[in-house]
Design a protein around this ligand. Structure first.
Ligand SMILES: NC(=O)c1ccc[n+]([C@@H]2O[C@H](COP(=O)([O-])OP(=O)(O)OC[C@H]3O[C@@H](n4cnc5c(N)ncnc54)[C@H](OP(=O)(O)O)[C@@H]3O)[C@@H](O)[C@H]2O)c1
Length: 349
């Protein structure tokens, strides 16, 4: 049994912890909290031990916390850092490195520049094997993970016939449970989005991929609009959809009118956290015009990276083969079952 600590209990940390508790190969040592708020009680009520930074012990005197983050990490096999972007790097320098700890970081960190947390950005579809034997790895962000689930299968199928990918990321403003974060009535433009460069770390640094991003006032997923140029006449939409029939974490939907339809369905079906944990190709929007395929898919911002963290953890902790890790992740997340249900519900009429 390996011992895992989840440092941070927000959108990502709370989800990862919930699934890890169902994993018979893992003992969850507890979670790290930094603010003395209601979520401390929520975590404790879910049977979790809560640890806090030593310097903040006094702030938590009214809560039944289990000790300091610094001390719990002395007896830990791997830490999953789920801190706000940038804090993962600081944690690496200040706590994990001095304790020689194995750590997974989230997509708000970077694998480039002075504050790189790792030289590997993980995407199970692209580079699972590279994570085996690594001590520090960053899980790609939700958008970067979602793009990989489309780009890799396209490249496997069409290879040199692909000329160029142009992607517009329409990013959600906030997560559903971030009720304190108000949506602004604007469409925000993102200068120099990191997503394209992040994807190129696994898709190839010279890949003809061009990404731009805007942020819109919704909590209901991201939407990617992708134009794919081919050397010759582009394949028909049905040929594109066929590629994703058996892809892990990709559902092909025909009748969702918007991203909220998908989220509402997940809610009705009592999927954990109302997550689908995948991307959804909106097949009714796929067109083929001359040398170009236009497609759109939505990306479950909070859910998509959770099974990925689980795969990554297995590569790092146990050195499992892709297939073994995949089967174990599937037994906990039931992704195929969710995909089937989504595809049946949103089937072509
Ligand atoms: N939300 C998404 O859709 C999404 C998707 C993919 C990747 N990510 C990435 O996942 C990471 C976490 O995002 P999130 O959305 O879960 O953020 P979040 O909801 O704001 O939660 C962040 C958590 O980290 C805790 N925290 C604060 N300072 C910390 C520190 N120094 N070390 C460790 N934990 C600390 C916070 O504790 P307190 O609340 O107690 O202050 C909070 O529990 C980011 O890198 C983000 O880019 C997010």
């Amino acid at each position: 049994m390996k011992k895992v600590f989840v440092n941070g209990y927000g959108s990502i940390g709370s989800r990862i912890t919930a699934f890890l508790k169902d994993d018979p190969e893992i003992t969850v040592l507890g979670v790290g909290k930094y603010s003395p708020d209601e979520k401390v009680k929520v975590a404790i009520s879910r049977g979790l031990n809560v640890y806090v930074p030593e310097r903040k012990l006094d702030d938590f005197k009214d809560f039944k916390i289990s000790g300091t983050i610094e001390s719990v990490l002395d007896d830990c096999d791997l830490v999953i850092d789920a801190a706000p972007g940038g804090h993962g790097y600081k944690n690496k320098k200040n706590i994990y490195d001095p304790k020689n700890l194995m750590a997974i970081y989230q997509g708000g960190e970077s694998t480039m520049g002075d504050e790189a947390v790792s030289d590997l950005l993980f995407n199970s579809r692209a580079n699972y094997d590279l994570a085996i034997g690594k001590k520090h790895v960053m899980q790609g962000s939700c958008n970067v993970t979602g793009m990989g689930r489309i780009l890799e299968p396209l490249r496997d199928k069409f290879g040199d016939n692909l000329l160029r990918f142009d992607v517009t990321l329409i990013r959600r403003w906030a997560d559903i449970e971030q009720t304190d974060k108000k949506l602004q009535d604007t469409i925000e433009m993102t200068e120099k989005p990191h997503h394209g460069e992040d994807v190129k770390t696994y898709f190839g640094k010279d890949a003809p991929l061009f990404v731009r991003a805007i942020k819109v006032p919704t909590r209901q997923m991201h939407l990617h609009i992708m134009d794919i140029r081919f050397k010759d006449i582009a394949p028909k939409p049905s040929e594109i959809h066929e590629i994703f029939k058996n892809e892990f974490g990709v559902a092909t939907l025909w009748t969702a009118k918007g991203t909220k339809d998908v989220r509402d369905y997940a809610d009705n079906m009592k999927f954990n956290f109302t997550d689908t944990n995948m991307i959804h190709i909106h097949a009714n929007m796929t067109t083929s015009i001359g040398d170009t395929v236009q497609m759109m898919y939505s990306d479950d911002q909070t859910g998509i990276v959770i099974p990925e963290n689980h795969m990554l953890m297995q590569a790092m902790l146990f050195g499992k083969s892709y297939q073994d890790a995949f089967s174990h992740t599937e037994s906990i997340f039931h992704m195929n079952e969710k995909k089937k249900k989504l595809e049946e519900h949103f089937a072509r009429k």
